[in-house]
Design a protein around this ligand. Structure first.
Ligand SMILES: [Mg+2]
Length: 253
């Protein structure tokens, strides 16, 4: 399921055309979209003109040079600007200035967003899971930027994957997130398959354990990692590129 910073209109297109995808969360978790239904607000509806005013003030008073995204016309609640290659110190400067004006600024690898409350994609996923009767421990989340921080919060989901893009950005995430470089001693072989599990030194199978959502999720994740490893040159979870990780997620959904 896509959980995106992209506009509701764009995510609706993903849901309609990606195989196996029937719903999505758009605009950093503000809206749920399902094709042929009106988008549903999960967060409080925003005041776009007010947010845009803050962007204009940042430009006029602080030389922010923010450019509205071309997809602004189909954003229902979010205001987004092109990131235009801004580095983190500049983004942190803009974030602090926006905070003084009572607005939250967060960024992805392509856009800079203004929001009335801290965007939380994870809270939106938890709400959806509760409504659909899904166990959050059976959910794997994948993200690549600080606007995905709500997906990285420890204890929310069965497993979380951050792509290589996020490794150096954890300190600027709006929420504390857990960062683990990956399992030690279980490097994938060249063919992408993990070391056999559940066997002792002499090939004796370990006693079968009872199934649990957490173990099932981890098993699924290992299979996804192996799939990704076969599809990339580098081949470990920490170096999956964002688009490929999203593809793996869709395959498993
Ligand atoms: Mg992203």
């Amino acid at each position: 399921m896509p959980v995106s910073g992209r506009p509701a209109g764009e995510v609706t297109g993903l849901c309609r055309y990606l195989p196996g995808v029937t719903r999505g969360l758009a605009e950093n978790g503000l809206l749920e979209v399902i094709p042929d239904r009106a988008p549903r607000w999960l967060g409080r509806p925003t005041d776009k003109p007010r947010l845009r005013q803050v962007g204009e003030r940042l430009n006029a008073e602080h030389d922010a040079r923010l450019r509205l995204t071309g997809d602004d016309f189909c954003r229902l609640g979010d205001i987004a600007y092109e990131r235009d290659g801004r580095d983190e110190p500049e983004l942190v400067r803009l974030r602090d200035l926006a905070a003084e004006m009572g607005v939250h600024l967060v960024w992805s690898n392509v856009h800079v967003h203004l929001a009335e409350s801290v965007p939380d994609k994870g809270a939106a996923v938890l709400q959806m899971a509760a409504e659909l009767g899904l166990d959050p421990r059976a959910i794997v989340t994948i993200g690549d930027a600080p606007n995905d921080a709500g997906l990285f919060v420890g204890g929310r989901f069965g497993a979380t994957v951050g792509t290589a893009d996020i490794a150096g950005q954890c300190s600027t995430c709006p929420r504390p997130c857990i960062h683990h470089p990956g399992p030690r001693g279980r490097r994938l072989r060249r063919d992408g398959r993990g070391r056999p599990r559940g066997r002792g030194r002499r090939g004796v199978r370990a006693p079968t354990r009872e199934k649990s959502p957490v173990r099932e999720t981890r098993r699924w994740l290992r299979r996804s990692q192996a799939f990704a490893a076969r599809s990339t040159e580098r081949g470990s979870a920490a170096t999956i590129r964002g688009d490929l990780a999203a593809f793996v997620l869709c395959r498993g959904a």
